[in-house]
Ligand binder design. Structure first.
Ligand SMILES: Nc1ncnc2c1ncn2[C@@H]1O[C@H](COP(=O)(O)OP(=O)(O)OP(=O)(O)O)[C@@H](O)[C@H]1O
Ligand SMILES: [Mg+2]
Length: 473
């Protein structure tokens, strides 16, 4: 954080100081909510959670070197006390980003926020110091904490914004007003909570409504609900996508035989070839979005193409490809799933399988339920099961309850009889089956919604050893 004194912070958040002998002391360490992350000079933010009360750690964090605690009651050590800690944290973030010299880039969408944010960061870092959301900390607490980790040297601040309802993105965008706002897609994630795609579009589009006139709204030309957000902003609009009308677009998109996308990148300043290290064609859209941001910030097509081609996966369990010593390849995409990413992952599996089939290998899709699909759940699971058969995936292992049976039934109805598709009750059963069946050259994709925790299957296959058990979550 830029070094503010405790007196300044108290005034910004409208708090009262307690047990602070010297209010001119500055915060020189990170602002954190987890006592394990406290460093000398930190500001510790005490939240009252369901199981843990941060105030109970106040004495300990000050012993660890924290300069003060932002709290909702006096704690016997230096503290700035406010009524609402979350609001105070937000106010502090807003104050600090106004004083930073950094350009703020914010992005939202139904799927691919973290993957795209990691791509943007890896591209922009080549140009100037960049601070970005770690992992997926995209809510009203993670966002201000990330913003507060920027320093006077930071040139680009890249923030992921998540929403579970109307007004959430507006709130976040007011805390840290972006100059560049990117909307990736409007899918079906959390559709149950939102009520429908139109409502999701309404919520995601709040990001571009607050952009300044000299800012840029970067919108997905291939997604009609995103494209339509152009009418909701006074900022300049830049379109990305495979559509011919996109300002930043991809031509000649293909998957290499290892399942990695390759394409020719066109930006208003030139064209250049990209072959990604990431797996799955859904990353083409993510890469184009990142390219549009980088173009907007002055990078050339060649610079962007090199950065995209070298970018790796910074966040875990997203198409994480590992080859075991015995020649079985495990693709762990168990972080999350929605219909769009299920299809992309299956197509990547099919591409990877093309190479392994020549060596006698088979492709396995170990899939679990896609959550929060509302009324579309049955049809979407059925369609994914059918797609697995159409793509000629060798074996579908559907894991879990009702939704898994829909996956398996879809495959069955599409023409996969007998052992080509099976339904097992849980992760342990899937691991037991796979341990017996897998042989060198096989490629196994593991994917389901976060709540299924299907990474346990991938992890057990990778390091469980012969006797490995699925570990509890
Ligand atoms: N452009 C895309 N379209 C559809 N699915 C995608 C896209 N990019 C990534 N995915 C898939 O969506 C899942 C989540 O990816 P990622 O973590 O990048 O998204 P997110 O929007 O940050 O999710 P969250 O809402 O959990 O923060 C992954 O399984 C990935 O395969
Ligand atoms: Mg995320």
């Amino acid at each position: 954080m830029i070094a503010l004194s405790l007196a300044e912070i108290a005034s910004v958040v409208g708090g009262q100081t307690y047990d602070i002998p010297d209010p001119s002391v500055r915060i020189t360490g990170p602002v954190v909510r987890d006592s394990r992350e406290v460093e000398p000079g930190s500001l510790f933010v005490a939240f009252v959670g369901e199981r843990v009360d941060g105030h109970d750690f106040a004495v300990q964090v000050v012993e660890q070197g924290a300069a003060a605690v932002l709290a909702s009651r006096p704690v016997g050590v230096p503290a700035i006390v406010v009524d609402d800690v979350q609001a105070a944290l937000g106010a502090l973030a807003r104050h600090v980003v106004q004083r930073l010299g950094a350009t703020l880039v914010a992005l939202t969408g139904s799927a691919g926020k973290t993957s795209t944010k990691d791509l943007i960061a890896q591209v922009l870092q080549r140009k100037a110091p960049t601070v970005f959301t770690p992992g997926s900390l995209n809510n009203e607490i993670g966002l201000p904490l990330t913003a507060l980790s920027a320093t006077g040297d930071t040139k680009f601040l890249v923030l992921e914004m998540g929403a579970r309802g109307i007004g959430h993105i507006r709130y976040l965008a007011e805390l840290t007003p972006p100059k560049i706002g990117l909307v990736l897609n409007v899918g079906t994630a959390h559709i149950g909570e939102f009520g429908g795609r139109e409502q999701i579009a309404q919520a995601k589009g709040e990001l571009v409504e607050g952009l300044p006139e000299d800012g840029a709204a970067i919108l997905n030309a291939d997604d009609p609900l995103v494209r339509a957000m152009a009418s909701r902003t006074k900022a300049r609009v830049l379109l990305f996508g495979e559509s011919g009308e996109a300002d930043v677009r991809a031509e000649n998109v293909r998957l290499t035989e290892s399942g990695q996308p390759a394409f020719r990148l066109h930006t208003p300043s030139g064209a250049s070839d990209v072959t990604m290290r990431l797996y799955g064609e859904h990353h083409v859209s993510n890469a184009l979005a990142a390219a549009a941001v980088a173009h907007e910030l002055g990078m050339s097509a060649d610079e962007i193409a090199v950065a995209l081609s070298e970018a790796g996966s910074l966040s875990r369990w997203r198409m994480e490809v590992t080859e075991r010593p015995d020649g079985v390849t495990v693709v762990n995409d168990a972080y999350n799933a929605n219909p769009e990413s299920m299809r992309a992952a299956l197509r990547a599996l099919a591409a990877m399988g093309g190479a392994s089939r020549a060596r006698g290998g088979r492709t396995w899709a170990v899939l679990g339920k896609m959550a929060e699909l509302g009324d579309e759940a049955l049809a979407e699971h059925d369609a994914v099961g059918r797609l697995a058969v159409r793509l000629n995936v060798s074996k579908l292992v559907a894991v879990g309850g009702r939704e898994a049976s829909w996956l398996q039934l879809g495959a069955y109805n599409e023409g996969s009889w007998g052992e080509e598709s099976v339904h097992v009750s849980d992760a342990q059963a899937a691991v037991d089956l796979l341990r017996n069946e897998l042989r060198p050259g096989d490629v196994v994709l593991v994917k389901a919604s976060r709540s299924v925790g299907l990474e346990r299957v991938a992890l057990a296959l990778l390091d469980g050893g012969a006797e490995g058990e699925v570990s509890a979550r």
